[in-house]
Write a protein that binds this ligand. Structure first.
Ligand code: EZ4
Ligand code: CO
Length: 402
């Protein structure tokens, strides 16, 4: 069997997505997600100009060999663009293998470890009352776990909170807009949010919160400690994680579980965090961290150190990634939870998929391969529409982490 053709499909059904489609001489094709929010076209070029030409004529059965060819063979290792491009190819190859063997990808990864994949959704509100309503709506929809984010009094824009009251979407059209931030105001406000959620909805719902890399270790230690009475499932991205050692200080001060990893792209980004048991959940995804093949290694390594997975699943990860993540989540023993942010109807129409939601759990479906496709004709109706994540400044104008 040989790869005969590869193409990159750029579309924007509600937001921008990059998709690779690999075709073979036996008529079977596979698809993979290559979306890197705000840097989409760089991955498209990486694939079109440098990866696809090397794949033509290769046997798509040899997934690990192709992975190594693209990783070691490029000489330049790691980095979000490279690892997203490799991931896209990897997903497409697993999709092809499943279709050829007429079995869902989770079967190829060792089979099902559980009945379904527990997901958490997002409740975002402009203030505490609004967030309380949103938490209630998601619990009514059947979600067992909800991430709560809330506008902060005196701060005009906050991560996770839509400006216009519509659905929250991290990328905004046009060039990057500027947001403002006050750590002091945030730290005063966030414990009140979770106090109120527990008062209204009781102890049972699993509650999560994303600090979005905005704190220092000692600030994160304080937030973790202040939130202990409300028993969070996790505190996400407490600090920027370039300095893995920074997590030790947080760990020494709080029992609030810690999750990190959505911007990681290699097992080496998490090596110390996992080995020294400085985190509880590793949030790397099949999309930005080298595909299913690399994530299997991350999960196996994490398993040794009591670390569970908590795969990133925001709207900038296409339904192709959602499918890949669900097959992967089903197949590993140390799965923790999967993020889920609903795509727009336009996105779901462009990417027909077998996965489904019921009472807080997602199911990958039993179609051969990943069980997701792209409707290329429909995709062509939604051309690329430049959009960027915002940048963030402190109140005095200092450029800060978004
Ligand atoms: O800001 O995916 O947990 N989810 C997140 C996301 C990220 C976006 C960045 O592209 O933090 O909303
Ligand atoms: Co996050």
């Amino acid at each position: 069997m040989k790869i005969t053709k590869g193409k990159v499909i750029v579309c924007s059904p509600g937001r921008n997505f990059i998709t690779i489609k690999l075709e073979t001489d036996e008529g079977v094709y596979g698809i993979g997600d290559a979306t890197l929010n705000g840097r989409e076209l760089s991955v498209a070029s990486y694939l079109e100009d440098h990866v696809i030409p090397c794949l033509i004529g290769k046997d798509p059965s040899n997934i690990e060999d192709i992975w190594q060819y693209l990783y070691r063979g490029a000489y330049w290792r790691r980095g979000p663009v490279t690892m997203t491009a490799i991931a896209a190819v990897d997903m497409a190859l697993w999709d092809i293998k499943g279709k050829v063997l007429n079995t869902p990808v989770y079967n190829l990864l060792g089979g099902k470890c559980r009945k379904g994949v527990m997901v958490y959704s997002h409740a975002n509100g402009k203030d505490i009352e609004h967030t309380l309503d949103e938490v209630g709506k998601h619990l009514d929809m059947g979600y067992k776990a909800v991430r709560a984010q809330c506008g902060i009094p005196g701060v005009p824009t906050t991560y996770g909170v839509p400006k216009d009251g519509g659905k929250y979407e991290p990328a905004e059209k046009g060039l990057p807009s500027e947001h403002a931030w006050s750590t002091e105001k945030y730290m005063r406000h966030v414990p009140e949010l979770f106090k109120r959620i527990r008062e209204v909805y009781g102890d049972e719902p699993l509650l999560l919160h994303d600090c979005h890399h905005r704190l220092t270790p000692i600030e994160a230690a304080r937030v973790g400690r202040d939130l202990e009475p409300y028993r969070l499932f996790w505190m996400e991205d407490p600090v920027p994680a370039e300095l893995q050692e920074g997590f030790r200080l947080i760990r020494e001060h709080t029992t609030t579980p810690i999750a990190v990893g959505e911007v990681f792209n290699s097992i080496y980004d998490a090596e110390r965090l996992i080995k020294e048991q400085l985190i509880d959940y590793i949030r790397m995804t099949t999309l930005h961290a080298g595909g299913i093949s690399h994530m299997k290694k991350v999960a196996s390594f994490a398993e040794l150190y009591h670390v569970q997975t908590g795969s990133h699943g925001a709207t900038d990860l296409s339904p192709v990634t959602m499918a890949a993540a669900l097959h992967f989540d089903m197949s590993i023993t140390n799965f923790g939870i999967q993020e889920h942010m609903a795509h727009t109807d336009e996105t779901d129409e462009v990417f027909p998929h077998a996965y489904s939601f019921n009472e807080g759990y997602f199911y990958p479906g039993d179609e051969p391969g990943l069980g997701v496709d792209i409707d290329e004709k429909l995709a062509a109706k939604y051309p690329y529409d430049p959009a960027y994540l915002p940048v963030n400044r402190k109140e005095d104008g200092t450029l800060f982490h978004w």
